[in-house]
Ligand binder design. Structure first.
Ligand code: ADE
Length: 299
C-alpha cells in the first residue's frame, strides 16, 4: 500500500518509522511519504491560508495551494485555464452546480460520496469501492461522519491512500467537491466529537487503524479477528488477564483457569455482550440479531 500524507508539519510523521509501522515499511508492506504543503506555494511567505469569505474568526486553507499539491500527487494535469467546461466537469454531481454563470454549492450535503450511508448498511459495497487502483483521498474534518473500524477495514483494501491534514479553520470546501467531480474517491472523516488543532493527530489515528489490518502487519493475525468493533456483531471485547492467577489479593475468574475452552468462550462472549450493553448500548441496538445465538439472547 502506498500512503502519501500532506501537512504543514511533515516532521510530525517521523514517528511512523518507529514500532510496527516502521517494521511494515521495512518489510515493504507499506510505503509512507510525508510531504510539506508549503512546497507547493509560490510566494515569499509560503502562505497556505487566507481569511474566511463572509467573515469570521481564524484562517482557511487556500484551495490553489492544495490543488497544485493534490494534482501532482494524484497524477492529474491541472485544468486548462481557458476552458470553463473543464473546471465545471462533474461538479454538479458532487453538490455544486451552475448558478448565474458560476459554480455554486447546492443545499444538499455531498460528503463521502455514495459510500457515506454504508456506515449503517453497506459494508460489502464499500469494500469493493476501495479495493481498486484508484487512490482514496482522505481529509480529516471535525464536521464529517465518524471514522469507524468498518471504514478502516474497507480502506485497508486500497492500493493508494492520500491524506491531507487541514489546519486553522480547515480547508476550503471546494477542494473535496472538486476532486469528487474529477472522479476521485474522497472521504472526509472525524475521529471523534471533539476539536483538535489540526488533522495530523487524526491522520495518525486513521493510518494506524488501517495499516494494522494489512495482511502480514501483525505478528499474530488472530489478534485482529477477536478485538472490539470487529466481526459480524462488532461488540466491545471481553476483559483480559494474565498471570499470576492471584495478584494483590485479586483472583482472575475461575472459569479462565478451568481449561474448558467451550466454557471460556461462553464466559467471554457473555462478558462482551454485558459490557457492550452497559458501555455502548448504541452498538447493541445496531446488532444484527441473526448474529446472536440462543445462549447470547439469555445474556
Ligand atoms: N481536525 C480537528 N479536529 C478533528 C477531528 N475531531 N477529527 C478529524 N479531524 C479533525
Amino acid at each position: 500500500m502506498k500512503i502519501d500524507i500532506v501537512s504543514v508539519f511533515p516532521e510530525y510523521f517521523e514517528v511512523l518509522n518507529l514500532s510496527l509501522l516502521g517494521k511494515a515499511q521495512a518489510k515493504g508492506l507499506v510505503e509512507v511519504t510525508a510531504h510539506n504543503l508549503r512546497d507547493w506555494t509560490h510566494d515569499v511567505h509560503h502562505s497556505v491560508d487566507d481569511t474566511p469569505v463572509g467573515g469570521g474568526a481564524g484562517m482557511v486553507m487556500k484551495p490553489e495551494v492544495w490543488a497544485e499539491c493534490l494534482d501532482e500527487l494524484l497524477g492529474f494535469a491541472p485544468p486548462s485555464q481557458c476552458d470553463p467546461a473543464d473546471a465545471a466537469d462533474g461538479a454538479d454531481s458532487v453538490g455544486w452546480s451552475e448558478q448565474g454563470g458560476r459554480l455554486a454549492p447546492n443545499d444538499l450535503l455531498a460528503q463521502n460520496g455514495p459510500t457515506n450511508q454504508a456506515n449503517q448498511d453497506g459494508q460489502t459495497d464499500r469494500i469493493s469501492q476501495a479495493d481498486d487502483c484508484r487512490p482514496v483521498l482522505i481529509l480529516p474534518n471535525p464536521s464529517a461522519p465518524l471514522f469507524t473500524q468498518r471504514d478502516a477495514t474497507e480502506l485497508s483494501h486500497a492500493g493508494h491512500l492520500l491524506f491531507g491534514c487541514g489546519r486553522y479553520e480547515g480547508y476550503d470546501a471546494r477542494i473535496p467537491a472538486y476532486y469528487r467531480g474529477r472522479g476521485v474517491d474522497v472521504r472526509e472523516y472525524s475521529i471523534g466529537d471533539y476539536v483538535l488543532n489540526g488533522g495530523e493527530v487524526a491522520v495518525s489515528v486513521m493510518l494506524e487503524a488501517i495499516t494494522r489490518l494489512l495482511p502480514g502487519f501483525m505478528g499474530n493475525p488472530q489478534s485482529i479477528v477477536t478485538e472490539s468493533y470487529t466481526g459480524q456483531d462488532a461488540l466491545l471485547e471481553h476483559r483480559q488477564y494474565t498471570k499470576p492467577a492471584v495478584w494483590r489479593g485479586m483472583a482472575v475468574p475461575d472459569v479462565l483457569l478451568s481449561g474448558d475452552h467451550a466454557k471460556v468462550d461462553r464466559f467471554r462472549r457473555d462478558e462482551a455482550l454485558a459490557r457492550t450493553s452497559e458501555i455502548r448500548p448504541d452498538l447493541v441496538e445496531a446488532l444484527d440479531c441473526s448474529a446472536l445465538s440462543k445462549a447470547d439472547r439469555k445474556t
